[in-house]
Design a protein around this ligand. Structure first.
Ligand SMILES: *Cc1c(COP(=O)(O)O)cnc(C)c1O
Length: 231
């Protein structure tokens, strides 16, 4: 079932990208495996998927031990500073930098580890009080404050807008993130201002996100099915 789902999603990614004049290879699919067992990750790997997203550090660490190399993981959950060391060790990208203290702590661990890490800044584009992320108008200040942390390669922006099945509403959030990325890119606030990553779009709205410029989409349910409440 996971293989079929992946095939369907890949086809939708390709069709949507081509329909709006984008190169499908510029869109990375993060298979969000939170609360699903390692066996599901292996099943997806057998179907050619090698990039996964996890929200909980402890759970990810356990999976990392059973899966080993062969897959890479993005951290997409809320990161507490006291888990930053493990996060720096396990993930190839942390998508949820949203405050100075976290960036500072993470940078300290990266210095000790002698490595650099790709990160995204999470923006609360819908001003949802229940969601993490820096407010749109505070993003520039945060980017400038964390710019000296040279071991963080700030690749772009990530957002998780308020849930809605209304595609026009989703589109307005995705568009707002794209425009914010453009504006900040013009001020040279990213690692590579010619190619800014935009992580946006989930199971129910990823085609709209692709139309609005997503370069990373994060899909869980549509690949793995409903999440078990407890693993
Ligand atoms: C769980 C999660 C997803 C995946 O959501 P689905 O609706 O299952 O596709 C994407 N992004 C983040 C940040 C998540 O926490």
């Amino acid at each position: 079932m996971i293989a079929d789902n992946l095939q369907t999603i890949r086809k939708t990614i390709t069709d949507t990208a081509l329909n709006c004049g984008r190169d499908p290879s510029t869109i990375k699919l993060v298979a969000v495996s939170k609360r699903h067992p390692s066996a599901s990750i292996r099943e997806a790997m057998a179907a050619g998927q090698d990039l996964f997203g996890e929200n909980y550090i402890q759970e990810a660490a356990e999976k990392y031990r059973t899966i080993g190399t062969g897959a890479s993981f993005h951290f997409i959950g809320h990161l507490q500073s006291n888990k930053a060391k493990l996060a720096a060790e396990l993930f190839t990208m942390i998508e949820t930098i949203d405050r100075y203290k976290l960036a500072k702590t993470l940078h300290g661990h990266l210095e000790k580890l002698g490595k650099s890490l790709d990160v995204l800044v999470q923006v609360n584009i819908g001003r949802d009080p229940k969601k993490s992320g820096v407010l749109p108008e505070e993003t520039e200040v945060l980017l400038k404050k964390i710019a000296p942390f040279s071991r963080l390669r700030i690749r772009g922006l990530m957002t998780m807008p308020p849930f809605t099945m209304d595609h026009n509403e989703s589109r307005s959030y995705f568009k707002a993130l794209r425009l914010l990325g453009l504006e900040l890119g013009e001020k040279s606030l990213f690692f590579d201002n010619e190619s800014i990553e935009l992580s946006m779009g989930m199971s129910h709205d990823f085609p709209v996100a692709i139309e609005e410029g997503a370069t990373i989409i994060r899909i869980g349910t549509a690949i793995f099915g409903e999440r078990p409440l407890q693993q």
